[in-house]
Design a protein. Sequence first.
Length: 334
Amino acid sequence: MSAASRGRRGAYLLLATALAGCGGDVAGSGLGPDPFWLDSDDATPADGGGDANANRVDATPTDSLEATPEDQDAATPADSGDATLADGGGGMADAAQDGQAQPQELHFAALLTSTEQTQDPSPFGDAWVEQTTTTLALVRVVWQGDVGTRWIQTCALHTTVAHGAKLTYPAAFLAAVPVEPAPLSRTGSQWSQPEVVEVVGLKSGYAGAMPKTGEAKHAALVDADGDDHPGVTLDVNVQLLGSNSLYVAQRARITWSGAIDGSGALYAEPTVLQERSVVGASLSLLVADTPSKAVAGKPAHTLRWLPLPGPIGCAALVTEAKARTGAPWPPPSK
């Protein structure tokens, strides 16, 4: 598979419809877990999470403010000194000591979309159909000067129906998606993420050849969702075939650069190079790779981060999606 054909879906966007030529609907899909930072003692923004202007590019960043004595007392952990931002934000309090700038923590609701044309892989049809997968997620960003770290918690997924099939994403699948730290940098209003490799259903850090279609015994596969099947499991309902499961794995290389606007919102069009494998299914007929190609005149991937005044959970994001992102959830059918 060429790099061009691999670059149709991002790991943010997960193992969407192109895995088996199957579209999905939110009905029956699961809800992702609340982000770890919602319960973390060190995850509270410096301003307490209540400043709705904290993400604005014209707002005074928290790392330029002197902490009050009360803030300093609250921010000094008993075992401070060896934690880092990359391990989940544990080093935030230490940064205020020894003359270092206090970190700036921001929160976003994210909409990530992927659009492509897919072809029915079965011998019964060869029509190309446009499909869009949308991911609704929560993002935490911590800046230390112009060097940052971001975490993304996937909350819900929606894929348009195509080829007579509907794909749904179980809660166990969403919980299996790693929430790993990734580096960011910024110059003025321009934010960038260098290439990050993300895997789902594979051993962490695996860089070898991907499993072949139907290769359920590949050594790099892991049972990421704990259901005794290799990789991660997606549910698919196909006309005439009923409800079945797909066992899949994915690796993606992702990079992007985008601008923060005056409201604090970010827009980017990520570059995504992806490798994906259908390694098994509850019905052998579904073990197939689906041809895909770009849609002329449309970006393959888009990323939008919308500022939040503070951390929230996945249930609140899904319920309040229209107010938080300006778009209803699930996305309306076309």
